[in-house]
Write a protein that binds this ligand. Structure first.
Ligand SMILES: Cc1ncc(C[n+]2csc(CCOP(=O)(O)OP(=O)(O)O)c2C)c(N)n1
Ligand SMILES: [Mg+2]
Length: 379
């Protein structure tokens, strides 16, 4: 399976139209027929990818439970998408930059962000929660695709300064219908910007299935209109995602310009903890995708290659459980957020409307103190 004759970048991105879906192992974790698209990573890298997915899943389960217990208003879990996020981010160099969405907690944790910091947004805590510069990761973006032009501008600016930074922009299937996605692809292509767009096609944009989102043969096909090569990848095969992203990142760093990767996957969780997916998808569809669980498939693959024993799998699960326990403890023990924080670090000179709201909040604080409400004439 390690026999790769041409470079992965030329195989995957040598033409604009996506080729057949890239897979390094099949749905049972067995070998795929034909030539592999990429050489295999080192065994330790393959195990790191597995450990990252196990930890990612433990965090997503813990975060979902915390949301259901009221610690967050809602949580958009990426259960089922661990291979996409761990595989893509692991292909970056430290100096590269990640541009994540609200669903990319696992991607941020893979980048080294503390889980509790990565969850700051849904927890309603301080701004991004983490230091973007310390982790070369932009704040999570909730407006769909607005971070795509940011990623392009960032990578363009880095190249202008003589740095060889590549930006990885993560997007959802629904986000590919946004104007910003198209603007970003166009600028990136015309200016040969070192940016990789990775679409996690998890089949739904809230309740809208991808077939009602786009009439394109695949989302990777959208690239050709901009002169960008597209690749279709099995998003539940972590080695395929890793290999395609690594090839795209190298190509971008070498001056080859942007690429679009569509990673085909499924969110087994609801859109957020406030959503009821039984309203728009069937139990049969969910069961079909659960049988392609990226962790189960990869564990079978690694076991088949003699790299993962039951004992090692247990050990990795136990360390992931410790990470999830720490997350729960940190969130339980954290002081409540200071609501005044939202007014800080946004504007050098805050507009009058914001200043008025900040003053109202301070007056409310005063009212809450014994004796003050009466002085201001409050009932
Ligand atoms: C510009 C914009 N419009 C609408 C929304 C509301 N919204 C939040 S998530 C979402 C669906 C996004 O689907 P997709 O891009 O597939 O990402 P996924 O949630 O599946 O990861 C929508 C419409 C938004 N956040 N931003
Ligand atoms: Mg989606």
């Amino acid at each position: 399976m390690t026999e790769v004759t041409a470079s992965p970048a030329s195989v995957l991105f040598g033409q604009l139209l996506p080729g057949p879906m890239v897979r390094m192992f099949d749905e049972a974790g067995g070998p795929v027929p034909g030539d592999p698209a990429c050489p295999l990573p080192l065994p330790e890298t393959m195990l790191e990818l597995y450990a990252g997915m196990v930890t990612g899943r433990a965090i997503e389960i813990a975060a979902t439970a915390l949301a259901r217990q009221g610690a967050m208003a809602a949580y958009p879990a990426a259960l089922g998408q661990e291979a996409c996020q761990v595989g893509a981010v692991s292909a970056l160099a430290r100096r590269d930059w990640l541009f994540p969405t609200y669903r990319d907690t696992v991607a941020l944790v893979t980048r080294g962000v503390e889980p509790a910091e990565a969850l700051a947004g849904p927890l309603g805590r301080r701004h991004a929660g983490y230091d973007p510069y310390a982790h070369a990761s932009a704040p999570m973006c909730t407006p769909l695709a607005t971070h795509a032009p940011h990623g392009v501008g960032f990578a363009y600016a880095a190249r202008y300064r003589g740095e060889d930074t590549v930006a990885l922009v993560l997007l959802g299937d629904g986000a590919t219908s946004e104007g910003d996605f198209h603007v970003a692809l166009n600028f990136a292509a015309v200016l040969t910007v070192p940016v990789v767009f990775l679409v996690q096609n998890n089949q739904y944009a809230i309740s809208t299935p991808v077939r009602r989102q786009s009439a394109a043969p695949s989302l990777a096909h959208k690239a050709i209109g901009y002169g960008v090569p597209g690749a279709l990848v099995d998003g539940n095969d972590v080695l395929a995602v890793y290999c395609a992203t690594e090839a795209a990142v190298h190509r971008a760093r070498d001056g080859g310009g942007p690429a679009l990767i569509e990673a085909v996957t499924f969110r087994t969780a609801p859109h957020t903890t406030t959503d009821d997916p039984s309203r728009y998808r069937t139990a049969a569809e969910e069961a079909r995708w659960r049988s392609r669980d990226p962790l189960v498939r990869y564990a079978a693959y690694l076991a088949g290659r003699g790299l993962l024993t039951d004992e090692l799998a247990d050990r990795l699960q136990r360390s992931a459980d410790v990470v999830a326990d720490n997350l729960r403890r940190q969130i339980d023990e954290a002081a409540p957020p200071d609501p005044h924080e939202v007014f800080r670090h946004v504007y050098a000179q805050p507009p009058a409307t914001l200043l008025a709201q900040a003053t109202d909040l301070e007056l409310e604080d005063l009212d809450a103190q014994p004796g003050h409400g009466a002085e201001r004439g409050a009932p």
